[in-house]
Design a protein around this ligand. Structure first.
Ligand code: ARG
Length: 296
């Protein structure tokens, strides 16, 4: 059996004070289907309750009025405990693909600085390569990064050098799985959910080679957002879980907890998108000292 993930107990979330579908930058967003504010809030509260019941903790940031997608906190940046020659915490800021989301970074930067993170950008802020943190996970010592729909390939090189880590670059081609966190979910030290249909054939192979025991998702299963889940010890908080996926997770001794987040799915995101882990540790969860990009 795999060891529990060493990270995933502390999260940053954004209060859904101004969540709307105001533009369409992914295939799920439809301006004629707006979230109901009361249900939205109840679903968001239920995520926090689920995290706390599993032994985790949440820090909350208020939402900017001009940034309806800011609730998807995973994209605010990539925070680490530790970092190259800093006060001890580092956050790589996102440089969002779409202008509609770029104001979020300014508020995220302020929050990270107020919480004693040194902030870095992939390339000079504003002119650097696009990077959205929903495309990046620490996994078995490497930084696994999806690129294509949102993050640009060029960002991978910057991430490898800024953080001094090995980046596994995976090319995403599925429009509905536009961030890596829709097709890949680390479960423990050996296991992860993976949907090969999200990637080019070569990248799917590269990812499957990285995962000793993969729970391979069909495209249809992944479109339930089941990979957009978070793992706290052996509890997995999921927006939905097809029966076959549940059977495998339970056989692996995970406790599946479903928290419906249908209102947030209207914006194209679920539980992972709404939460940003603050406890990934450089040097522990990510091996430093071999800055390079591996990409098929
Ligand atoms: N509407 C948001 C966007 O398209 C959803 C972001 C989902 N977040 C995620 N980490 N997958 O940017």
């Amino acid at each position: 059996m795999g060891e529990q993930l060493t990270w995933g107990r502390e999260y940053l979330m954004v209060a859904p004070d101004h969540f709307r579908v105001e533009y369409a930058i992914n295939p799920f967003m439809d301006l004629s289907t707006q979230p109901d504010p009361v249900t939205t809030r109840a679903q968001w509260d239920a995520i926090i309750a689920g995290i706390e019941a599993a032994g985790g903790a949440v820090e909350v940031l208020g939402q900017r009025q001009d940034s309806p997608d800011m609730v998807y906190a995973m994209n605010l940046g990539l925070p680490f405990q530790g970092g190259p020659g800093t006060v001890g915490r580092t956050a790589v800021l996102s440089h969002m693909r779409y202008a509609e989301r770029r104001n979020e970074t300014e508020t995220a930067e302020q929050w990270f600085r107020d919480h004693e993170f040194a902030t870095v950008s992939v390339g000079a802020q504003g002119v650097g390569a696009h990077f959205e943190a929903g495309d990046a996970f620490a996994w078995r010592g490497d930084l696994v990064v999806g690129f294509g729909p949102r993050t640009e390939r060029l960002a991978l090189k910057h991430l490898a050098t800024e953080l001094d880590v090995r980046v596994q670059g995976l090319e995403i081609v599925h429009p509905g799985m536009y961030h890596l966190d829709l097709s890949f979910c680390p479960l423990d030290s050996e296991r992860a959910m993976v949907c090969p249909a999200a990637f080019t054939e070569a990248s799917a192979r590269q990812l499957l080679d990285l995962v000793p025991e993969a729970l391979v998702l069909s495209e249809e299963e992944a479109m339930s957002f089941c990979a957009n889940s978070i793992v706290i010890g052996r509890t997995i908080l999921m927006p939905a879980c097809p029966d076959r996926v549940r059977a495998q997770l339970e056989a692996w001794d995970f406790e599946v907890v479903i928290v419906g987040v249908e209102e947030f799915v209207k914006g194209g995101g679920a539980i992972r998108c709404l939460t940003n882990p603050l406890d990934v540790t450089l040097g522990r969860d990510l091996r430093t000292g071999e800055a390079k990009v591996v990409s098929a």
